[in-house]
Write a protein that binds this ligand. Structure first.
Ligand SMILES: Nc1ccn([C@@H]2O[C@H](COP(=O)(O)OP(=O)(O)OP(=O)(O)O)[C@@H](O)[C@H]2O)c(=O)n1
Ligand SMILES: C[C@](O)(CO)[C@H](O)COP(=O)(O)O
Length: 237
């Protein structure tokens, strides 16, 4: 058993919306594979016990990443949906860590996560997630033939966009995710699994630049954020 927290990185997606010639986590950003940048970032977080990366069974790219050989990085085989990949990683952790061990789940596709957001999450409730408060006017929609039309305007003060990392004790998250999937529930993030069983994770305001690289235009955005983040001070103006 180790002290500190573990990070689970779901990285077994196909990147359908990116439409590239390979899964998006292996596309180059600033000349490095996206997953490599995300792992390098995570490996700098203070108090880190280890990282479990869930990749697809036939993933031939992962072994070529320098971070794949890092002693704190462990590989497991992911599943069909993101939640299945996270569960595979939690199954691995449950064999070696206590149920109280804090776990942070962080998308491979979010390489721009900033250390200040990790520090805020680690200061927050043991069951919590980074999220971005809505800053635009928010509409719900309904179908009108083949068009979407406005149904109504929602109260934006209650709308948050979920990000990662999302944090919970290993035992609680493992149990909620396993039971939620057994029930056939739609689980798109860890908080949704916890909500199913009556938990109310704390929303921790996160930086807007913790974007999830999803569409082709996100690549240049992420590269710009990373370039400014790591550039010498005089280049930040
Ligand atoms: N079966 C899956 C599906 C997704 N993910 C991971 O979950 C994260 C968030 O998912 P998303 O951004 O939706 O990635 P993809 O599923 O790859 O994208 P798309 O929906 O466009 O196919 C990504 O790091 C992705 O690799 C995963 O580990 N296992
Ligand atoms: C978990 C997540 O990053 C929260 O925004 C997101 O839901 C994962 O991406 P997906 O497109 O829903 O798979």
């Amino acid at each position: 058993m180790t002290s500190g927290y573990w990070v689970v990185v779901p990285a077994a997606g196909v990147g359908k919306r990116m439409g590239a010639d390979r899964p998006k986590q292996y596309l180059p950003l600033l000349g490095r594979p996206l997953l490599s940048l995300t792992l390098r970032n995570i490996l700098t977080w203070p108090g880190l016990a280890g990282v479990v990366v869930a990749v697809s069974e036939d993933d031939a790219y992962f072994p070529h990443l320098a971070e794949a050989k890092h002693p704190q990085v462990h590989r497991v085989t992911g599943g069909v949906e993101r939640a299945d990949s996270v569960l595979a990683a939690l199954n691995f952790l449950a064999t070696r860590e206590s149920g109280e061990t804090p776990v942070l789940v962080h998308d491979a596709a979010r390489p721009c996560i900033a250390l200040e957001d990790i520090e805020a999450l680690l200061r927050a409730d043991p069951v919590s997630l980074l999220a971005q408060p809505a800053s635009d006017t928010v509409k719900s929609s309904r179908a009108d033939g083949d068009r979407a039309v406005v149904d109504r305007t929602l109260d934006r003060n209650r709308i948050w966009l979920a990000q990662t990392p999302q944090r919970a004790p290993l035992g609680l998250l493992h149990s909620c995710l396993r039971r939620g999937l057994e029930q056939g529930a739609a689980i798109t993030d860890e908080a949704s699994a916890l909500e199913l069983f009556g938990h109310s994770p704390q929303l921790v305001p996160g930086r807007r630049d913790n974007l999830k690289v999803t569409h082709p235009s996100d690549i240049v955005l992420a590269e710009t954020i990373l370039r400014l983040r790591y550039a010498p001070t005089e280049d930040k103006r």
